[in-house]
Design a protein around this ligand. Structure first.
Ligand code: NAD
Length: 365
């Protein structure tokens, strides 16, 4: 699995799907509601393909196809590494989510399309969709997770995601420093939104020296009112001395410009796709002696939360299942060091091996 730019030129959908090993892609349209959606199913060896529906105003259809192919493949790896019996899938709806005032018709129509796949794909929230939208989808299909608590859902997944990030960070500290105690460690949390906020809470409780940065004054105010933390200007992050950098805002913050400046020995955060180029920047971190906790493993709490919903939701059990992240991260660090590969490559290897073995078992009587 690689992060580096994928491209699709007209007429190359099948060869791109073959290359990325997708099983199926479904194009859905509806003139009355204006629905234009694509559902991509990457791999269902481990179970039904679960992944959110992103509602985004793509500049062109190729971009939407590339995004759904890339994101659905990422879900296969995330489920596999987290030990879940789930495959990888994702969907995109093309359009301006904020401009859609009457959401019921479009999401119910979309729910019918999801239902037509008979459970091969299970949808959930993503950028541009909300729990309210999931309720509309749920009127037409049971194959939806990320529902509000009053509908038997798991509610806000961010506390579970934050718990996983915290455990991944502790595993990295254990591997790099010989102890997973974060007391006195200088930790910078970039982005104190849903996940960052809950992560800060755990770190403060463990008596880490917590620094935060956010572009939103409101978010900073909320955290500083509740906790003793130092605020770092968003442009001063890479000039700041720290032990652990926790990106919890945007992707690609580890890139050619920032990598030489980073003053830490661990990177462990919630943001997706933290390395601009998985291989290049993963290797550059190794050269700089910085341990990278693979994003898609340590932020898997949100997916684990959705999975728990399918079994009859129980937050305690979701938290417990999230604890797999700690030993899994240690296993990854050991393989990466032994094989002299990036931690992301080691994670990919474990995920692929699990899928290969389960496919083998499935082929037996
Ligand atoms: P969020 O939108 O609630 O929070 C992101 C925060 O980052 C916001 O407060 C925003 O103001 C801030 N921000 C944006 N640009 C910034 C910048 N340049 N510098 C500093 N702060 C900046 O999102 P979230 O739900 O907390 O998710 C955070 C990250 O984790 C995202 O990348 C998301 O994809 C990923 N993630 C989230 C979950 C989950 O359960 N919410 C699960 C897996 C992955």
């Amino acid at each position: 699995m690689s992060n580096t730019s994928l491209q699709l030129t007209n007429g190359e959908i099948f060869s791109t799907m073959m290359e990325m090993q997708h099983e199926q892609m479904v194009f859905c349209t509806d003139k009355t509601t204006g629905l234009k959606a694509i559902i991509a199913i990457h791999n269902t060896t481990l179970g039904p393909a679960l992944g959110g529906t992103r509602f985004w105003n793509y500049t062109n259809e190729d971009d939407a196809i590339i995004d759904v192919l890339r994101l659905s493949r990422g879900m296969t790896y995330k489920a596999a590494i987290s030990g879940l019996n789930l495959g990888g899938g994702k969907a995109v709806i093309i359009g301006d989510s904020k401009a859609l005032a009457n959401r019921e018709p479009l999401f119910r129509r979309y729910g019918k399309f999801v239902n037509s796949l008979n459970g091969k794909y299970i949808t959930a929230e993503d950028v541009g969709t909300s729990t309210g939208d999931m309720e509309y989808i749920n009127m037409e299909t049971d194959y939806v997770a990320g529902k509000p608590e009053q509908l038997g859902g798991g509610g806000d997944p961010s506390p579970v995601t934050a718990y996983g990030v915290y455990l991944g960070m502790k595993a990295a500290a254990k591997y790099a420093n010989g102890t997973d105690n974060l007391k006195g460690k200088k930790i910078l949390v970039q982005g104190v939104g849903n996940v960052g906020y809950h992560l800060v809470e755990r770190l403060v409780k463990e008596e880490a020296i917590v620094m935060i940065s956010d572009i939103s004054e409101d978010r900073i105010k909320k955290v500083t009112q509740e906790h003793h933390v130092q605020v770092i200007d968003k442009d001063a992050i890479f000039e700041t001395d720290m032990d652990i950098y926790a990106p919890c805002a945007l992707g690609a913050t580890i890139n050619d410009e920032t990598i030489g400046k980073l003053k830490c020995n661990i990177v462990a955060g919630a943001a997706n796709n933290q390395l601009k180029d998985e291989q290049k920047h993963g290797m550059a971190l190794i050269e700089r002696g910085i341990l990278y906790a693979p994003d898609y493993l340590i932020n898997a709490g949100g997916l684990i939360n959705c999975y728990s919903e399918l079994e009859g939701y129980n937050r305690e059990r979701a938290m417990q299942k999230t604890e797999i992240i700690y030993p899994r991260a240690l296993e990854i660090f050991e393989i990466a060091a032994k094989e002299k590969i990036t931690t992301q490559a080691a994670a990919n290897r474990i995920a692929e091996e699990r899928i290969r073995l389960v496919a083998h078992i499935n082929s037996r009587l």
